[in-house]
Design a protein around this ligand. Structure first.
Ligand code: 6GU
Length: 451
């Protein structure tokens, strides 16, 4: 690739002789040249700027000087190693605080050009007709900015562009693996890195990185990357398509307040239900309950259950009694999209049939954990479940949490196993004349100090 930098401060770019860029130049990968704009002035004072038409502060760079410079530089042969310049892709890049933001995608695109000419403006910028003229003439012109702050001139932004583009050139990076890793983590910030010494000024390297559990290391790094992105770049999170995240990442993201969706993550709240929300939760319960019913269950039996057990009134009563019924909801925008219902055993105890050798007398019963079908796979269910567990732990009322899920629903069983539940037995009960077989699963709680 050939890069031409046109500036009134050629010395600014001596920094490019150092480092990899200098070496790339020596290896023939990069032909980088710096030109003094004043070489194209015609007056005694070598003036490159003038006062702005319409008034205002500062000086504007003259189009006539820039036009002579760019005509000449753009006509130079970009490809030292090839006979013909036909079909060469040339780009005129103009750094300006009012340009489009320079992104990695833009750098990747520009890395495919044969010839990059960067016109560094000073003062209040370059007369607009320069960009307009070359664009009208069919040239590819990119007016770019490197961030929302103002520099005195385009030189620093030109250095940034050169570094972002040249490191992507084939054969430039010593270890192209790191480019592959970068593209895998596109749209999300990098996880934190550590090296020796293991202990430094009282600060330790995270334990997980010292062991050889590569799965655990991968998950830990993924979680730290998500945490950082949520904290520092919520704009990236909201633009992150769900397909770039695996199930574990989606669950972690949900625990940090974002529901993964195809068009980008959406702010998510997981919180205790409010007493006035009974009708909305009951409606959610009635539309989600049938999703997890086995095919063998007659439709009337399901309808019957919804009418009697999932009525507005029954949720009203449960919400009025938070010492016995814990209800958490997941909310995206104004919609309730998921809920958990946990029964703390008091006088009511565990439901019939939910007994097994491994279940402690005071166990809490996770009666419901449901998410609207549209949000399946978003990570909401896992985050809700973990919140429900923490919520029971905080009450200090139970040492175990137990649940039953249909024997045929292996998806649900895998989900609960991933969340620390293990099989404690079975239960059989009759609904609408049909025998139902549940697997009973249990998870130990860390006994919290009661409030
Ligand atoms: Cl590209 N130029 C100038 N002068 N200021 C900037 C910039 C560019 N990007 C951010 N600030």
């Amino acid at each position: 690739m050939r890069i031409d930098l046109v500036t009134i401060f050629p010395q600014y770019f001596t920094a490019l002789d150092l480092s990899l860029i200098g070496r790339a130049g020596q290896s023939g990968l990069l032909d980088l040249r710096v030109h003094d704009l004043r070489g194209w002035t015609t007056d005694r004072h070598h003036s490159v700027d003038d006062a702005p038409y319409g008034g205002g502060a500062g000086m504007v760079m003259r189009p006539d000087v820039w036009g002579r410079a760019l005509d000449e530089v753009l006509a130079q042969d970009p490809r030292v190693d090839e006979a013909s310049t036909l079909g060469a892709r040339r780009v005129l890049a103009i750094p300006t605080p009012s340009g489009s933001p320079l992104t990695q995608a833009m750098a990747e695109d520009l890395a495919g050009a044969d010839h990059l000419v960067v016109a560094c403006g000073r003062y209040e910028g370059i007369d607009q007709r320069v960009a307009d003229y070359y664009r009208d003439a069919g040239r590819e012109v990119v007016e770019y900015s490197i961030g929302d702050y103002v520099l005195n001139g385009g030189e620093a932004a030109a250095l940034v562009l050169v570094e972002a583009v040249t490191r992507l050139l084939d054969g430039f990076m010593g270890n192209p693996e790191s480019l592959v890793e970068e593209s895998h983590s596109a749209g999300i910030l990098e996880y934190p890195a550590y090296t020796r010494p293991r202990s430094w000024r009282g600060l330790e390297v995270p334990e997980v990185l010292l062991g050889g559990d590569h799965g655990a290391i991968r998950r830990w790094r993924q979680e730290r990357a998500i945490d950082r992105t949520v904290e520092r770049r919520p704009d990236l999170v909201e633009a992150l398509p769900a397909r770039l995240l695996d199930g574990a990442a989606r669950e972690h993201l949900a625990s940090r307040g974002y529901a993964a969706a195809e068009t980008g993550a959406r702010p998510l709240a997981i919180r205790p239900a409010r007493p006035d929300e009974a009708p909305r939760i009951a409606a959610l319960a009635r539309r989600t309950f049938p999703l997890a019913c086995p095919d063998s269950l007659p439709a009337e039996a399901i309808e019957d259950f919804c009418r009697t057990e999932l009525s507005d009134e029954s949720f009203d009563q449960m919400l009025a009694d938070p010492a016995a019924h814990r209800i958490l909801v997941a909310q995206v925008d104004a919609d309730l999209v998921g809920y958990t219902l946990t029964v703390l055993s008091g006088p009511r105890g565990l439901p019939d049939g939910l007994v097994g050798g491994r279940i402690a007398p005071g166990a809490a019963y996770l009666s419901k954990c449901y998410v609207d079908e549209a949000w399946h796979g978003s990570g909401i269910a896992g985050a809700l479940l973990e919140e429900a567990v923490v919520d029971v732990e905080r009450t200090g009322a139970a040492s175990q949490i137990v649940l039953g899920t249909n024997e045929a629903n292996t998806r649900a069983q895998r989900f609960y196993r991933r969340h620390g539940f293990s099989r404690a037995g079975r239960r059989v009960f009759v609904v609408g004349g049909v025998e139902n077989r549940d697997v009973v699963l249990v998870r130990k709680l860390t006994t919290a100090v009661p409030r």
